[in-house]
Design a protein around this ligand. Sequence first.
Ligand SMILES: CC(C)(COP(=O)(O)OP(=O)(O)OC[C@H]1O[C@@H](n2cnc3c(N)ncnc32)[C@H](O)[C@@H]1OP(=O)(O)O)[C@@H](O)C(=O)NCCC(=O)NCCS
Length: 211
Amino acid sequence: MPRKTGSTAPMHVVGAGGLGRETLDALFALGLDASELVLVDDHPPAAELYGVPVRRPEEVIGVGHFVVAIGDPTVRRAVAGRVLRRGLLPTSVVHPRATLAHDVTVPDGCLVLANAFVSTNVRLAPHTQVHYNATVGHDSVLEAFVTVLPGANVAGNVVLRTGVTLGSNSCVLPGLEVGARTLVGAGAVVTTHHPADRVLVGVPARPHVRS
Ligand SMILES: CC(C)(COP(=O)(O)OP(=O)(O)OC[C@H]1O[C@@H](n2cnc3c(N)ncnc32)[C@H](O)[C@@H]1OP(=O)(O)O)[C@@H](O)C(=O)NCCC(=O)NCCS
């Protein structure tokens, strides 16, 4: 995880949207300053944000670390692959006001925002995200590229397979498994196991049928 070290290798935040700016906030809170940071985006919204230069991917020189600040797991996976091929190394960013149990390790590519709570014996895989005010209960497993959006609540002993997204203020009850790439809509309560590739809404959560 990046810390203020005096290193000249910049930390790259890939994605200059809202989540990118939230990630910058975490990095500033960790003590880094704008001169140590680079934002990367296919469509730079400005030449710089808060003094941090915004570069296109093709302008990135393969020195330093990166985290992908994009919520969508599929896009995040593709972008992480592109940046790796440019020679940057993934690292994690954990806001200093997030709370992680003593036995939780944070693999490369993860992003944990302010006021997130990750309980004891939770296993996080690379490139998972736990956004602000979200909670992850004891003994849960978050596979690679899982995204837990603001205020979502994962109970204990839950398994979220690769690329699951939990919408804001959704909840997964204890001991349940959610299949790969399934998207749980905002405010939904997952009360039973669900397979891969569903969109779920409501209380209890049911497959979403567009009207
Ligand atoms: C579930 C979700 C993926 C559906 O997206 P969508 O397919 O684009 O849905 P639409 O916005 O077109 O809405 C379609 C219908 O579903 C309803 N709906 C949408 N999201 C819903 C939700 N979370 N719970 C219940 N109903 C929902 C809409 O009211 C609409 O109903 P109608 O057809 O009766 O008018 C999305 O609304 C959602 O909840 N995403 C999570 C986003 C989130 O938490 N973001 C946080 C970012 S910080």
